[in-house]
Design a protein around this ligand. Structure first.
Ligand code: NAP
Length: 311
């Protein structure tokens, strides 16, 4: 996707930083192995490396991710692009529920308005048109600059897009899981649709929650939730891919598998938002910028990833 096609709010941005782990104890075990000081340094390091785009959500760490990001931004004069998300819980039925949740997010973030506000999921019972109507209202109030969706399939994305067009707006982005270990958006046609319609694709879990860094192996699996999602048998299957990513990285002045994984997403026309728990991880992600994989390398990685995903 060319820069002109990217939504204005995200134009010029090749990568952002995901902040799910900032304060999340349930999945990421915040407080164990990394703490407030680490993520504060991660934020400062991200700004120093020129990252301007940060993704959070009201549910991350039950609001802690937004609050911490709000704290960190106080010392930063840079113009940042902040995205958060609204969770359409089935009990959020009143017409003002989105605006109320947004105001709470803005308070935690210490912002007067947010760059990008995204529907986190497409849960029933409230219809997509109704949510987009509420999104349009907060845009017209000046609280939100651009509207996005997340975890919407192709039909739902089109519906949200058309609904916003009727409100005189456009769908700026869709945030989907996308990595060498999850290429569903390529197979369903969603990636192509977004390119056609000028909807920016934001790729979440671009490192497959760390599995594409090469740090985890069958003999050294992750713990907790990630051990269930990526069991040892799966890690065994991805080892040939990791080996090829290491080989390709060497052809680009010693880039790491994580940097190859993020660059692959950029080459596909999406914006990866790797999570970062400390400045070292941010620095590694920053090393995915400023160079590009060749067409042949992308094809080799695609073939290896297909082999894993088809078996
Ligand atoms: N919209 C949605 O439904 C949705 C869902 C999931 C995520 N997201 C967004 O996407 C962001 C990223 O996804 P994610 O956090 O699931 O996974 P990810 O970015 O694929 O992986 C992040 C994890 O990989 C490990 N890691 C190792 N080296 C790293 C490096 N150089 N840079 C970054 N991480 C490295 C770290 O964990 P260890 O050090 O513990 O290995 C880190 O927490 C989230 O923070 C969130 O903003 C959105």
């Amino acid at each position: 996707m060319s820069d002109q096609e990217k939504s204005a709010i995200l134009s010029g941005i090749e990568m952002g930083i995901g902040t799910w782990s900032w304060g999340d104890r349930m999945i990421w075990n915040y407080g164990n192995g990394y703490d407030y000081e680490d993520i504060h340094q991660a934020f400062n390091s991200a700004v120093d490396f020129g990252f301007r785009f940060f993704d959070t959500a009201e549910i991350y760490g039950q609001g802690r991710s937004e609050s911490y990001l709000g704290n960190f931004m106080q010392g930063s004069s840079d113009q940042l692009v902040i995205a958060s998300k609204f969770m359409p819980y089935p009990w959020r039925l009143s017409s003002g529920s989105l605006g109320k949740a947004l105001r709470a997010s803005l308070k935690r973030l210490k912002l007067e308005r947010i760059s990008l506000y995204q529907m986190h999921q497409s849960f029933p019972p409230v219809k997509i048109d109704t949510w987009m109507g509420q999104m349009a209202a907060v845009v017209h109030e000046g609280l939100v600059q651009a509207v996005g969706v997340s975890n919407y399939d192709l039909q739902q994305t089109l519906q949200a897009h058309n609904s916003l067009i009727r409100e005189g707006l456009r769908l700026a982005s869709t945030q989907m899981e996308y990595s060498l270990l999850n290429r569903r958006i390529e197979k369903t046609g969603l990636l192509d649709l977004c390119k056609e319609q000028g909807i920016t694709v934001i790729a979440y879990s671009p490192l497959a929650m760390g599995m594409l860094t090469g740090k985890y192996t069958p003999g050294h699996p992750p713990s907790g939730y990630r051990s269930t999602k990526y069991p040892s048998g799966f890690l065994k299957k991805i080892m040939p891919l990791i080996a090829e990513m290491k080989r390709i990285g060497l052809e680009h002045e010693g880039k790491t598998p994580a940097q190859v994984a993020l660059n692959w997403i950029i080459c596909k026309g999406a914006i990866p938002i790797p999570g970062g728990k400390n400045p070292r991880q941010i620095e590694e992600s920053a090393g995915a910028l400023g160079w590009y994989l060749t067409g042949d390398e992308i094809k080799t990685l695609d073939d290896l990833s297909d082999r894993i995903l088809e078996n």
